[in-house]
Design a protein around this ligand. Structure first.
Ligand SMILES: [Zn+2]
Length: 73
């Protein structure tokens, strides 16, 4: 469910050094071996809990389900 929007990876030293060492959504620290998700819509890495949360907001086309009460920043 929603997994087509994200690529699941294990955080490696290379990713942490070259791309990011924090979740792009909640800014939690990522460490080597963490399960992380590459957000293909926004070209960023996010942690597992953010991926679960965002998945619930996306339809099968990875588009945000419109809801004026939920504002993504
Ligand atoms: Zn996060």
């Amino acid at each position: 469910m929603g997994s087509a929007c994200f690529v699941t990876e294990q955080a490696t030293e290379t990713i942490l050094l070259r791309v990011t060492n924090v979740c792009a959504e909640c800014y939690d620290n990522l460490t080597v071996g963490d399960t992380i998700h590459y957000d293909m819509q926004n070209y960023r890495y996010i942690c597992m809990s953010c991926q679960e949360r965002l998945c619930a907001l996306l339809d099968e086309n990875c588009e945000v389900i419109e809801d004026e009460s939920a504002v993504l920043f």
